[in-house]
Design a protein around this ligand. Structure first.
Ligand code: F6P
Length: 323
């Protein structure tokens, strides 16, 4: 019986626990012995590796975060520590390793796979930022979008009751995907993301006109990458003449009960990762494109820049012009 291990790395997402449950169950179904690595690459270096069973995953499917914890490991950038990690995998006779994480975690996995040819590695895109090149979807995005939608709906209630502008800062690191989809689907009046140039003058004319027509509040969604929530809030007060508040949604966006979609995607991602490893795909990323799953070489994903789908960007370009 071969041994297979899993770890979570980087920012946690809702859906990781569903993935762990599927991992244990599908490993057994395929005649593999599942292992958990606690605390990401840090735990791999420190040998926090243990055999997992059904009891480890019972009751976790509905919980956000990850039962086996995650970390951002600086030590893993150094070859000495990666050697320790490989020695630990060998000590436990691990033949396969599944990594749930984002771009940084994939780069780490790529290095590890170059340094250890005997072990098969498979990566599953898991980040609320949805910023991995080569895949249309990353685990956890749907739950994060729903948490943001719920928050903006609530903010709209108070904004409209009190005649205020709210500038809502949304996560996404350097990528505007979360902010753009959230702005569109919650009916925000303004959306600022790095991928779309904006013109405050055109917003000004538009918003002043709307104020004259009786509009009493505004919702602006800005991506954290813009680093300008405070400036935009002051702009509302000075240029539009409306009281304004900044609301940074922060880490709330990373938590919460995973949606049905993320639970299902977790099951699919794990199934494809394990099937790929058993078929001999040694260092691949499981990607989801146009409704189907495929495996891509790690180097075709980890060092490429993610681009937002052009039709989605087109919807975003209407901000500041027609709304
Ligand atoms: O990559 C996920 C993410 O939540 C980003 O959106 C955000 O910029 C970052 O992680 C926050 O990192 P930390 O949890 O280390 O503060």
């Amino acid at each position: 019986m071969k041994n297979i291990a899993i770890l979570c790395s980087g920012g946690d997402v809702s859906g990781m626990n569903a993935a762990l449950k599927r991992f244990v169950e599908y490993s057994f179904a395929k005649g593999l012995t599942p292992y958990f690595i606690d605390n990401g690459y840090e735990g791999l270096i420190d040998n926090k590796i243990y055999q997992a069973g059904y009891s480890d995953v019972s009751g976790i499917i509905s919980r956000g975060g990850t039962k086996i914890r995650s970390s951002r490991s600086k030590r893993f950038r150094e070859q000495t520590y990666r050697k320790k990690a490989i020695d630990n995998l060998k000590m436990h006779n691990i033949s396969y390793l599944v990594v749930l994480g984002g771009d940084g975690s994939f780069k780490g996995m790529q290095k590890l796979s170059e340094e250890s040819e005997e072990i098969g590695f498979s990566a599953i895109p898991s980040t609320i930022d949805n910023d991995i090149a080569g895949t249309d979807y990353c685990l956890g995005v749907d739950t994060a979008l729903n948490v943001i939608k719920y928050s903006i709906d609530s903010i709209r209630d108070t904004a409209s009751s009190f005649s205020r502008a709210f500038v809502i800062e949304v996560m996404g690191r350097d990528c505007g995907y979360l902010a753009l989809v959230s702005a569109l689907t919650s009916g925000a009046e303004m959306c600022l993301i790095p991928e779309i140039p904006y013109d405050l003058e055109s917003y000004k004319e538009n918003f002043q006109g709307q104020m004259k027509d009786g509009r009493g509040y505004f919702i602006a969604v800005v991506s954290e990458a813009m680093k300008n929530a405070g400036t935009i809030s002051q702009w509302f007060e000075k240029e539009i003449g409306i009281e304004s508040r900044v609301m940074s949604l922060g880490h709330i966006q990373r938590g919460g009960n995973p949606t049905v979609y993320d639970r299902l995607m977790a099951f699919h991602f794990i199934t494809h990762a394990i099937d790929g490893l058993l078929e001999g795909k040694k260092s691949a990323v499981v990607c989801y494109n146009t409704g189907g799953f495929n495996h891509k070489k790690i180097e075709d994903v980890a060092f490429k820049k993610y681009k937002i789908n052009p039709s989605l960007l087109k919807l975003g370009q209407e901000y500041g012009h027609t709304i």
